[in-house]
Design a protein around this ligand. Structure first.
Ligand SMILES: Cc1cc2nc3c(=O)[nH]c(=O)nc-3n(C[C@H](O)[C@H](O)[C@H](O)COP(=O)(O)OP(=O)(O)OC[C@H]3O[C@@H](n4cnc5c(N)ncnc54)[C@H](O)[C@@H]3O)c2cc1C
Length: 434
């Protein structure tokens, strides 16, 4: 491949204690936790709104806060849900603690809470590089309408979902998965008879909320017409407005960290969403008056890169709910692995709510790098549960609190006192007891 050499001076725009890269579920909570820990905090987001998959990919609902009716993910993540509920933007489905929400109100509350906490927001800023001294990150480089800008920090939290900062900084990654989970473009339908869609409510422990009857219908349609693409679910979620449903049904096998694959996937799935919307209208009574309101601004990404941290959480640890001396967060969603080239899914329910140790959030040789969210250090099985939004928020809470502690103590992120970190997290409301 031909290359071109580019060198440039980049202005240093500002310096912070903690810089959170990515404003999805984990990044929002990481920035709030860092700020609560006394750190001067900034958050960088490529879009002009917060929420990541929750709003940009219309991934609803937020799963799940409870196990057997007991709140497992708590503290700042639940404060966020409470604030969202107060403006009519969220409804808890018990006993799972599954949250149906309004994506628009989600954006508003995330931004309000961050502004109130004094976090400096950089919207429309794409993290493209970083400036290192050895393995210490000095600045991240973002591109926006002002050009390239360097933003300095003492500790950086990588909440990009795809471990973008890890890649730029050279943080080691887990070996690439043989088979990534598929990506899905979620679409919004209006004019739906929502009362006739019982699977829109997620209210029972141990149930996979796919619409089995519609699935059977579509499998028959595919037998008659093999051009109908593979699909998942379908799973539905409301946005708290009567008649409107988000449908999670398209799926494609693609590496969403490759721009060419991402572009092709997005184009293909927009066609598929249009086709599925038409077929639903033609074949399912609840959809007979429906119309396609929009496809999500971006394709939803289930799995890409994860860092190789000081510890890699395994499926065995997770399914046995191993508690660690440095456990800082929890997970209670089933292990949920989708196939990209068939309509199948492996959904394994937990026997107990599981734990995530702090060592999964940093890499031993990188003293000021922390990860939050789905790029944390785990194998594909543990990750297939923790990747859901409530547990990603829990990881954000742990990473943000750890970042602030590291700044306060002047120690590397791998050297902080984890007993102290756990005490801080418990004081925020985190549930770390079995
Ligand atoms: C189809 C599908 C269905 C799902 N179903 C559910 C479900 O039912 N319930 C549930 O709870 N979860 C579900 N999930 C999982 C969940 O939505 C995600 O795993 C979760 O949002 C991950 O959170 P995160 O903070 O790690 O990353 P993300 O939500 O991906 O957020 C990352 C943020 O970083 C920003 N960003 C990324 N790169 C850069 C960059 N270079 N520069 C600047 N900003 C950047 C992004 O714009 C985004 O705001 C589903 C996911 C998919 C794809």
């Amino acid at each position: 491949m031909n290359t071109v050499l580019q060198s440039r001076q980049v202005p240093v725009r500002a310096e912070y204690d903690v810089v959170v890269c990515g404003g999805g579920p984990s990044g929002i909570i990481a920035a709030l936790a860092a700020s609560r820990g006394g750190a001067r905090t900034a958050i960088i987001e490529r879009y002009g709104f917060f929420g990541g998959m929750a709003t940009a990919a219309l991934v609803a609902p937020i799963s799940v806060f409870n196990y057997n009716g007991r709140r497992i993910i708590d503290g700042i993540p639940w404060e966020f849900i409470t604030r969202l509920t107060e403006i009519g933007g969220a409804r808890e489905e018990k006993p799972l603690g599954n949250i149906t929400f309004s994506p628009e109100k989600y954006k508003l509350i995330a931004q309000r809470m961050l502004v109130e906490a004094g976090v400096q927001i950089y919207f429309h800023s794409y993290l493209s590089d970083c400036n290192l001294s050895g393995t210490i990150i000095k600045h991240v480089i973002v591109e926006n309408k002002d050009g390239a800008e360097a933003i300095g920090g003492k500790v950086f939290v990588d909440a990009t979902g795809d471990a973008d900062l890890a890649v730029r900084a050279g943080v080691p990654l887990q070996p690439a998965s043989k088979k990534l989970q598929p990506a899905s473009l979620i679409f919004m339908l209006g004019g739906v008879d929502t009362e006739d869609l019982p699977m829109i409510r997620h209210c029972k422990q141990g149930v996979n909320y796919l619409d089995v009857e519609v699935r059977k219908k579509f499998e028959e349609l595919r037998k008659e017409n093999p051009d109908i693409p593979v699909f998942g679910g379908p799973w539905y979620c409301g946005i708290l407005e009567k008649g409107i449903v988000l449908v999670n049904m398209t799926r494609i096998d693609a590496d969403m960290t490759s721009n060419r694959e991402q572009t092709a996937a997005e184009c293909a799935m927009r066609e598929e969403a249009t086709l599925f919307a038409t077929l639903l209208k033609m074949t399912v009574p609840a959809f007979s008056n429906s119309f396609l309101l929009e496809t999500a601004p971006q394709t939803g990404v289930r799995e890409t890169r994860r860092i190789l941290g000081a510890y890699t959480l395994t499926g065995e640890d997770y399914l046995n709910a191993v508690d660690f001396p440095d456990s800082v967060s929890r997970g209670c969603h089933p292990v949920d692995i989708h196939s990209g080239d068939t309509t199948s899914q492996r959904c394994q329910f937990l026997k107990e709510a599981a734990f995530v140790p702090y060592r999964c959030l940093y890499s031993p040789d990188f003293p000021n790098y922390l990860v939050a969210g789905r790029a944390f250090s785990a194998d594909s099985v543990a990750s297939a549960s923790v990747r859901v939004q409530a547990s990603c928020m829990g990881l954000g809470q742990a990473a943000g609190a750890a970042a602030a502690l590291s700044v306060r103590g002047g120690t590397g992120v791998g050297e902080i006192d984890t007993d102290k970190l756990r005490k801080i997290l418990i004081s925020y409301g985190t549930n770390l007891s079995r």
